[in-house]
Design a protein around this ligand. Structure first.
Ligand code: AMP
Length: 193
């Protein structure tokens, strides 16, 4: 399977669709947000550094993220394809990912972009705050994360377009979770045919 980068704003469903793809195609999955939350829970040095950034809705510095990502990638079985969920979030991370994969005889594969209106994102994140109690799912931090997304991450969409691997899925057109899942799985299948 080709690698997959799941790309979208906070609350756009990256985790949900990653799970669907992973289960259908038996791929590896790296969620950098989950990795960082596990480090915080375990009280590691990395967790201590990450906590301040996450609580403020800021991105963890690129150098640190790139090292974490490379060691996670190397710990997964080779040849099954990996879903990158929440990474890259900056152009520097995207360039480092491309280089890291090429050094290992691999490539970026395909990028899946999720487009969801901001009022829907806010509704979902506030609902998740109630259900899961994530510390960074409060209105103030969510606004900060949207701002960081617009400034640092969204410009990457064009980087992927220039790489010729961007596939966009629009909530405003597909309208339901099932509609999104069906369209995404069909596209992944087509890319690997
Ligand atoms: P997520 O679960 O993907 O929404 O990530 C939660 C938080 O973890 C983000 O708001 C960032 O503070 C941090 N984070 C996750 N992935 C990255 C990344 N690729 N680069 C920098 N920070 C990240």
């Amino acid at each position: 399977m080709k690698n997959i980068i799941i790309f979208g704003a906070p609350g756009s469903g990256k985790g949900t669709y990653s799970e669907e793809i992973k289960n259908r195609f038996n791929m590896g999955h790296i969620s950098t947000g989950d990795v960082l939350r596990a480090e915080i829970k375990n009280g590691t040095e990395l967790g201590k550094i990450a906590q301040g950034y996450i609580d403020n809705g800021q991105l963890i510095p690129d150098d640190l993220m790139i090292n974490i990502l490379a060691s996670k990638y190397d710990s997964l079985p080779a040849g099954k394809g990996v879903i990158f969920d929440g990474f890259p979030r900056t152009i520097a991370q995207a360039e480092a990912l491309k280089k890291m994969l090429e050094e290992r005889g691999d490539s970026l594969g395909m990028m899946i972009e999720l487009i969801v209106p901001e009022d829907v994102l806010m509704f979902r994140l506030l609902r998740r705050a109630k259900l899961e109690g994530r510390a960074d799912d409060n209105e103030e931090t969510i606004r900060k994360r949207f701002e960081v997304y617009h400034n640092q991450t969204e410009p990457l969409s064009r980087w992927f377009e220039a790489e010729g691997i961007r596939h966009t899925f629009d909530w405003g057109v597909l309208l339901t979770k099932e509609g999104m899942i069906e369209a995404i799985l069909a596209e992944v299948e087509k890319e690997n045919a």
